[in-house]
Design a protein around this ligand. Sequence first.
Ligand code: DAH
Length: 342
Amino acid sequence: MEKEFQALEKAFHQTLDTIKQVKDLEGVKTQFLGKKGKLTGMMKQLKDLSNEKKAEIGKKINQLKGEFQSSIQEKSNALKKTEFQLKMENEWIDITINPYESDSGSIHPISLVQQRLEDIFVAMGFRVLDGPHIETEYYNFEALNIPSYHPARDMQDTFYFEDGHLLRTHTSPIQIRGMETVKPPFRIVGPGKVFRCERTDASHDSCFHQFEGMMVDRNISVAHLNYFMKTMLAEIFESEVEVRLRPGYFPFVEPGFELDMLCLLCKGKGCKFCKQVGWIELIGCGMVHPNVLRSGNIDPVEFSGFAFGLGIDRLAMMKYDITDIRPLHGGNLNFSRLFSVS
Ligand code: DAH
């Protein structure tokens, strides 16, 4: 019996030595201490022994049982400790890293201004429409009262595709597409990218952004146009604004205007910001030309309307005091982050 004990003890320690993970200790427990385990097996043999032997061997078995249990417990503690240490080594976080220098994104200043404009006009009952960047000559020029012989086409030179399509030069085609989908009376706005064959400098780029608007109803006058433009500018610049209308020529409106805003910095005295003029030229606008309404199958006798188009880039530059248009389109994340609102 003594030999059996020794062999069992040896087998137990050998098995225990092979265990590398806490979860595998359960198996050792069952193998040696479980109901069908080796030690229990030996207990069962006790019944065949004399009382004296029974007491002696029984004591030994209990002693072994205690020894096995504490060895397993010890091993479990040691393994838990190393597993914890390993986890700490692998899963550490550096709490000295500055979270503000992380690579999280931010909304681009042009998008910020565009979204703000959309919200302002939606609140005033306008619908936001979209249009394609690649247009036909019909939508970009003809339907807007700019026939192929018209000199206004020269002012908006663009990139043409071999099949006659072109990159839209303004967001005004959204007016035409809008009239095809919504029936008067309506109020629509359409933001988006536009393209021109321009030489790039601090205030020009071959791709920029415009925001178009059109309101058609019965008895619409310049007073409506004035009211909506003033309201929009006051919201964008978060202050009262003064505006003036100068005659301006755009083939798709009659009369057409350039809308200027009194310089918010010098209040008209003249400063660096307004290039000493006192006023800032912001919006092309006017009363929708009857020919344009006809292109949209709208009777110009029954309905009238106003339309406007403004440069979002220019507005963003004014709002955020950006002096060069190029970084706005440069894709440098550090630049965009300067205007982040979150
Ligand atoms: N499409 C014109 C441009 O890009 C801007 C413009 C002027 C839009 C007058 C309008 C408008 O809707 O009525 O220069």
